[in-house]
Design a protein around this ligand. Sequence first.
Ligand SMILES: [Zn+2]
Length: 153
Amino acid sequence: MKAKRKEKIKKDVKKLIKEFKNRLTSDLNEVEIILLKEIYLDKILNLLTKIITQKNCLSISDLKSNFSIVDVFSQLFPDTQLRKSSNKFYCLCPFHQETNPSFFLYPETNTFYCFGCQVGGDVIELVKKALNCNFEQAIKYLTGGKDEYKRKS
Ligand SMILES: [Zn+2]
């Protein structure tokens, strides 16, 4: 990797640390601090990964926003009919038996939630739940190793 590029990344890391410090104010509650830490740790580790491996890897937050919850759902459950209602989609929950749809996909936040069995989360959670796999396998699925983790029907 070119030295110039490395310098640029180091600068970006410093900028992120400064930004994190500025946003870490005393009026934040515990949950907000945890979320803030997660966001910045993810961004910083992503930049450091670029320096060390010279690979342009996606960060977890990039990964989550790059994959549409609706597309991922449709791929995992091709036989499930999704219906649209204003800004959300709904269907019968694939994770529990039901006759009235209580499973919702929210494209705006890229999340899902079932009011029947109370499962929900982001795209990674959806893959984990659908394939009954762990975090690492869910990432592999999303980034290309799809066949290996196909949902058992
Ligand atoms: Zn459910």
